[in-house]
Design a protein around this ligand. Structure first.
Ligand code: COA
Length: 534
């Protein structure tokens, strides 16, 4: 094993300035995290507690095995959206250990607009289900929701990836043998009623839980019948008369205990232990913020970053002297073998070919891939086009697309253009995808986009015989630059669920280790590559 030696550390000249710049970028994310954890605000929390209910995070903590981690997914979803009415998109999702089984937990937050589903709530739950399916995890639905957020029905009801997808996923995962369990802890109205109704086993809490296709108000409007909510869809009705639920719980704690029992009896894998001993890196992961250049135009020292992420700081580089703008190599994280692809400059034809070959090798040996994005894109220019960079890039995108080993993506710096795709962007199926707080992603940089569009505009005006002065060009460019600046941040990406999480550099090893442990226990799929353009 080649041991990476790393120079920059607290003593190096830029370290303090880099760390300070990182702290400034991190501050808005910490505030967003607090907003998500607070849920629907103090008044709604108090009203919820006054009903004798647990808050959603308390429910999850009660359900989990004591002292085990919870890998939260999409915590910052919907931050800044919907006038702040749906923090975390009104649902908490993540992987946790229940009765020794790793499972996906999805808990509605009834303090946020009655736990109703906004478009990003659906996207978040569908994403959580996709993670469950890919990793072979049972699902637990802690239901307490008013169903569709009715004013936005056009964005949540009719389409392929809308509400119906959640029910279809339940049925399909059940058919795959992945246990689907619901605990009805509050309202479960209209379409939402199909979540517990479609699960393999459903628990309902006396007096608090309600399942009905039409609530008392709707029944009254439709038929004139005046009916009590519990008689219509309470625990007694559904466990004694309708058979819509299976287990009657006296209260929430009893319900969560029943769910723990169901999980304890089901066939599901525990986390797979690592095949090798886990060894810490030889350099402190806490030093990583000091390596992130305060000036984004400066290069991040990627080998020094790897020296703080890999077990024992050990990396066997693949073609170390060839295509050097992409570091490829094998090592381990948390005792799990990984193949790492880390950008160290702009992507060139050689580096893309090297990546495609390296991915083939990792697939042959069943080694999961970790992509560390720090990429401005593929090289442009006559020389490179004539050299066929598009076909070399296509080889890499092809290999990334079809590789069926588990893939993980972390945007540590920039992730722009086709480079983002080649490095296993969201569309290329990473099992989990995260950004560091300093990271940015967009189709190109804001300055480049503004310049391209201003050039196009200038040419249009020239055809009409009109001038496009430098001042006019600048006025044209400024809003484009601003939009790109705002859209490319880690917070915006997390809010819109382009990534699963924003993680601290120092937590990256733990985050990857959990993902690798899940993947090691989950289903395996053989890789079949497509046609590579030579
Ligand atoms: N769409 C849009 N907004 C909804 C909603 C829905 N389906 N259900 C509730 N809300 C809103 C309420 O207007 C209220 O907004 P406000 O805080 O701005 O006043 C907020 O969510 C909380 O509702 P509230 O009724 O005060 O809370 P609650 O805890 O007493 O009851 C429900 C929650 C979900 C049980 C109850 O609101 C309800 O039955 N809603 C209708 C559910 C329904 O019929 N859904 C059909 C989906 S297809």
């Amino acid at each position: 094993m080649a041991i990476l030696s790393s120079r920059p550390g607290p003593g190096s000249p830029d370290f303090a300035a880099n760390s300070a710049a990182y702290e400034a970028l991190r501050a808005p994310l910490l505030a967003a995290r607090e907003r998500a954890i607070a849920g629907g605000g103090e008044r709604a929390r108090q009203a919820h507690l006054a009903r004798g209910k647990l808050l959603p995070r308390e429910r999850i903590n009660t359900l989990l095995d004591a002292g085990t981690p919870f890998l939260e997914v999409g915590q910052l979803a919907a931050d800044g959206a919907y006038d702040g009415q749906s923090p975390g998109a009104g649902i908490i999702t993540g992987v946790g250990i229940v009765s020794g089984r790793a499972c996906m937990i999805m808990a509605n937050d009834a303090t946020a607009k009655g736990g109703t589903y906004y478009p990003l709530t659906i996207k978040k739950q569908v994403r959580a289900q996709a993670i469950a399916r890919e990793n072979g995890l049972p699902c637990v639905y802690l239901v307490d929701s008013g169903g569709a957020f009715l004013p936005l029905q056009g964005d949540i009801f009719p389409d392929e990836q809308h509400f119906g997808k959640i029910f279809r996923n339940i049925a399909e995962m059940s058919a795959l043998g992945l246990k689907q369990v619901a605990a009805v802890l509050g309202a479960c109205t209209a379409g939402g009623a199909y979540i517990p109704a479609m699960c393999d086993e459903t628990v309902i809490v006396d007096k608090a839980g309600m399942i009905y296709l039409g609530g008392p108000q709707l029944v009254q409007a439709a038929t004139g019948e005046l009916v009590d909510a519990q008689e219509l869809g309470g625990a007694d009705t559904h466990t004694r008369l309708s058979g819509v639920a299976d287990h009657f719980a006296n209260d929430e704690l009893h319900a969560l205990e029943l769910v723990r029992g169901i999980l304890g009896r089901c066939e599901a894998p525990a986390l797979a232990p690592p095949p090798r001993p886990c060894r810490p890196p030889r350099y402190e992961a806490a030093e990583l913020p000091g390596l992130i250049p305060a000036n984004p135009k400066q290069a991040m020292p990627m080998l020094d970053v790897l020296a703080r992420l890999l077990d024992g700081s050990e990396l066997v580089q693949y073609r170390e002297r060839y295509g050097t703008s992409l570091i490829c190599g094998t090592g381990a994280i948390g005792g799990y073998p990984v193949g790492v692809l880390a950008n160290d400059g702009v992507l060139l034809g050689q580096s893309a070919q090297k990546a495609a070959n390296f991915i083939e090798l990792c697939c042959q040996e069943n080694i999961p891939l970790v992509f560390l994005h720090n990429i401005s894109g593929f090289m442009v220019g006559v020389q490179y086009e004539q050299g066929g960079i598009a076909k070399d890039g296509a080889k890499m995108v092809n290999a990334v697309s079809t590789a069926r080993v588990p893939k993980f993506s972390v945007i540590v710096g920039g992730s722009y253009g086709a480079g983002a795709y080649a490095m296993c962007g969201r569309a290329f199926g990473p099992r989990f995808m995260a950004m560091w707080p300093n990271a940015r992603t967009s189709v190109m940089g804001g300055e480049q986009a503004a310049t391209v569009l201003a050039l196009v505009r200038g040419e249009q005006l020239a055809r009409q015989g009109k001038e496009f002065s430098a001042e006019e060009a600048e006025a044209y460019k400024a809003p484009i630059r601003d939009t790109y600046g705002a859209e490319s941040t880690a917070l915006n990406a997390a809010s819109r669920l382009w990534v699963d999480s924003v993680i601290e550099p120092a937590d990256t090893r733990d985050w990857l280790t959990l993902g690798l442990a899940l993947a090691a226990a989950g289903p395996k799929e053989p890789t079949r590559f497509g046609v590579f353009r030579m």
